[in-house]
Design a protein around this ligand. Structure first.
Ligand SMILES: Cc1cc2nc3c(=O)[nH]c(=O)nc-3n(C[C@H](O)[C@H](O)[C@H](O)COP(=O)(O)OP(=O)(O)OC[C@H]3O[C@@H](n4cnc5c(N)ncnc54)[C@H](O)[C@@H]3O)c2cc1C
Length: 451
């Protein structure tokens, strides 16, 4: 009989994508479920995918499991579009393999460098949440390794309660080892994109509501605009193009898209590079370019879904101090007043954000996932004491308006703030206690939130 040896652990420094609060951790890179089971015996572990969550959700209290070696695609069913893969497979690899065959993920976040495990654990949403819901809606089953080291298959019809907790459960229900999820048929690698400049928040929301049948919609907000221009937004919509929508020269190879040169941000930018003046200038320029952009264009999928992926390591632009992302969801009925207050507070603080993204979320009933019917706003700030103070004020606005926060983006919120924003926390804690999960699976984030 072959003896399974516990994989070697190394000590390394880890942080989330925001590079805020780094620390030295023990990390292991298992190759199979037996190795994970051995590593799980001592508890205090969390699975980590690509580390694209902004905060400390993928840092284990005692041990972090780097899942990227478990990255095989195992089976594909042409009839249903169902792909079975190990949890460490990257969405970028799924696209590279299946787009040339006419398939694309139903739901994708704004970066394709996420793993399947990370996409499920955060139950990520894309620009089509209002039509398709979140990633979990296309997951048929998941194999999860629990506190007893055993694998359990969970899905909408099999251990469904555990399935629902695992979607958005941030790795705290066990280690996702493999899963089956569905891809959609597409006719090309191109997107028919429309850009509508909206002069203020009311116009932006009206543009989203008008575009409610567009498959994809997203808004970029100039979050430093004030007064009558508060909330001015470039609202972009998109649809997958068919081969017939493409210029004649492209029709023979509809899945061939330009290979974009990638840049690597070479160093930690000094803090002075990002200040209120450079951010204001960037926001104003981006708005002006948007005004002049053609209203309808054909763009390749990479430019539409993943503009930030072209600059590898772009998170270093905020310098060594790192940055914080704030992402909330506001219920539809309070969205206008909540967004107005959030943008007013941000503009008054002069704490502009390079990336200020607004999306319309559709209805979603879930045990622990982030989305709710309404709007979601995401803002980035350099990690400074002023930004931290502003974020506390923004937290209060979200709570006042019945909204909640996205755990995949959080790096600093208090347990009290989380509990005040989300009535589901107690049930999540009870589930973890009853299933003896809390000592085996824990991250820095779950400790901070006393989950
Ligand atoms: C540029 C950028 C754009 C983004 N845009 C969006 C967006 O539009 N929509 C959106 O929803 N999110 C978005 N995100 C967030 C990102 O999609 C999520 O944080 C996602 O979870 C990251 O996946 P990952 O593989 O990097 O996981 P990690 O960041 O490594 O981990 C995230 C969480 O998943 C858990 N996890 C990872 N693998 C496993 C596993 N095998 N088993 C159990 N748990 C696991 C971790 O414990 C952790 O709690 C964006 C992030 C970036 C950097």
């Amino acid at each position: 009989m072959t003896e399974i040896l516990e994989p070697r652990c190394v000590t390394t420094e880890l942080s989330g994508w925001g590079r805020f609060s780094r620390r030295s951790v023990r990390m292991a890179s298992p190759r199979n479920e037996s190795e994970i089971a051995l590593l799980a015996r001592n508890g205090g572990l969390i699975a980590r995918g690509s580390g694209r969550a902004y905060g400390d959700s993928a840092i284990g209290t005692k041990l972090t499991l780097d899942m990227r070696r478990m990255n095989r695609m195992l089976a594909f069913d042409e009839a249903t579009g169902q792909l079975t893969a190990e949890a460490g497979v990257l969405l970028s690899d799924v696209i590279a393999t299946f787009l040339p065959r006419g398939w694309f993920p139903y739901v994708t976040p704004g970066t394709k460098f996420v793993t399947l495990g990370g996409a499920i654990a955060a139950d990520v949403h894309g620009k089509n949440h209002h039509i398709n819901g979140s990633f979990g809606a296309f997951v048929d089953w998941i194999d999860v390794l629990g506190a007893d080291g055993e694998i359990v298959r969970i899905g909408p019809d099999e251990n469904s309660e555990m399935f629902e907790w695992t979607l958005g459960g941030m790795g705290l229900t066990g280690v996702i080892v493999r899963a089956a999820f569905r891809l959609r048929r597409v006719g090309s690698g191109w997107i028919r994109k429309t850009t509508v400049p909206a002069a203020n928040l009311a116009d932006a929301m009206a543009a989203f509501e008008t575009a409610d049948e567009a498959l994809y919609s997203v808004g970029w907000i100039d979050c430093l605009a004030r007064g009558a221009s508060l909330g001015r937004t470039l609202v972009m919509t998109g649809e997958h193009a068919d081969a017939n929508d493409l210029p004649r020269d492209y029709r023979a190879h509809p899945f061939k898209t330009p290979v974009r040169r990638r840049f690597t941000f070479p160093f930690d930018a000094p803090g002075i590079v990002l200040n209120r003046f450079s951010i204001r200038a960037f926001n104003a320029l981006y708005w002006q370019l948007g005004l002049r952009a053609p209203r309808e264009t054909l763009v390749d999928y990479d430019s539409f879904f993943y503009p930030l992926d072209r600059m590898l390591g772009w998170n270093r632009i905020y310098g060594r101090r790192g940055f914080l992302q704030f992402q909330c969801a506001l219920p539809l009925e309070n969205a206008k007043s909540g967004l107005t207050r959030l943008l007013t507070e941000t503009a008054q603080a002069g704490q502009g954000s390079f990336l200020a993204v607004l999306k319309r979320l559709g209805a979603q009933q879930s045990r622990f996932s982030f989305p709710m019917e309404g709007y979601t706003l995401a803002l980035d700030f350099p990690a400074t004491p002023t930004a931290l103070a502003l974020l506390k004020r923004l937290d209060a606005v979200v709570i006042d308006h019945g909204g909640r926060f996205y755990l995949a983006k959080d790096a600093r919120m208090s347990s009290e703030t989380l509990c005040r924003s989300d009535a589901r926390i107690d049930a999540f804690r009870d589930m973890r206690r009853m299933r003896h999960l809390e000592h085996t699976f824990s991250s820095d984030q779950s400790q901070r939130f006393h989950l």
